[in-house]
Design a protein around this ligand. Structure first.
Ligand SMILES: C[S@@+](CC[C@H](N)C(=O)[O-])C[C@H]1O[C@@H](n2cnc3c(N)ncnc32)[C@H](O)[C@@H]1O
Length: 248
């Protein structure tokens, strides 16, 4: 099963909304997802050849280089995101490539670490993508990635069930087993994401030959809730799923 990637980040309205969200950092990336992703990386990035899939504005590529990474190949399907990434980057060891995760190709064994932050839920054929990444990695190479949690992608509405006063009562989950397209509204209508189960995310790694190292469903710390009480609700259901694996 494969489809042309949607590339909604090139939609001007979507791009403007997303850029503003990341500028003010009112989203969950900086509070929850990125700290968890960083915890799951190898203890040293020194000299590593890194592949960043769905690199967005290149934040991770620049961070990896500041931690000693050898070179970073940062791939994204969105020309607008890459234009912004290039504008923010002055480093010849970061190479930006305009390609989809589905179509990007590389020499087998040419990377030590593959990272993907919040992009795989836009990929239709997860197992094919994982199989390709496995081949791009050298023996001992690692893969660390995050996705929106399947508890959140199951229903296209992605909303709390609220009381008439607007108080969140619970997070509804439905059609969990029906994997596939979910059309959601996020800045614009009709944003296509792909829902799959936790089982599929984990077993897809195992089927490709990876050894699973860690699974995380990060929760906000007491300190972050004290600073931002709105984060408390993310202890009621996990917003993100992160997986780390390696190949022998
Ligand atoms: C939520 S953003 C995350 C960006 C970046 N990883 C970060 O954490 O700041 C998702 C990114 O994935 C890219 N993307 C979505 N579908 C893709 C695909 N099929 N192939 C490559 N990139 C994709 C989008 O263009 C966007 O830049």
């Amino acid at each position: 099963m494969s489809e042309t990637p949607q590339n909604v980040y090139d939609n001007p309205d979507f791009f403007a909304g997303y850029k503003e969200l990341r500028r003010v950092e009112s989203g969950l990336n900086s509070a929850l997802e990125i700290p968890a992703l960083l915890r799951m990386l190898p203890s040293s990035l020194a000299g590593l050849r890194i592949l960043d899939l769905g690199c967005g504005f290149g934040d991770f590529a620049r961070l990896a280089r500041s931690r000693g990474a050898g070179r970073v190949t940062a791939v994204d399907v969105s020309r607008r995101m890459l234009e912004e990434a290039r504008r923010r980057t002055a480093d010849p060891e970061i190479q930006y490539v305009e390609a989809s995760i589905e179509d990007f190709d590389a020499t087998p064994g040419s990377f030590d670490l593959a990272v993907s932050s919040l992009a795989f839920h836009y990929v239709c054929d997860y197992s094919a993508a994982i199989g390709r990444i496995f081949r791009f990695l050298a023996p001992g190479g690692r893969l660390v990635f995050s996705v929106e949690h399947p508890i959140c992608t199951a229903r296209p509405e992605q909303e709390w069930c609220c009381s008439s006063e607007g108080v969140p009562l619970h997070w509804p989950v439905d059609r969990y087993r029906d994997e596939g397209v979910r059309r959601t509204k996020w800045f614009v209508d009709n944003v296509v994401k792909y829902h799959r189960t936790v089982e599929t995310y984990v077993n897809g790694l195992v089927a490709a030959g990876f050894v699973l190292d860690r699974l995380e469903e990060p929760e906000p710390s007491p300190e972050s809730i004290a600073a931002r009480p709105d984060l408390e609700r993310h202890r009621r259901r996990p917003p993100f799923l992160l997986l780390a694996a390696h190949r022998n």
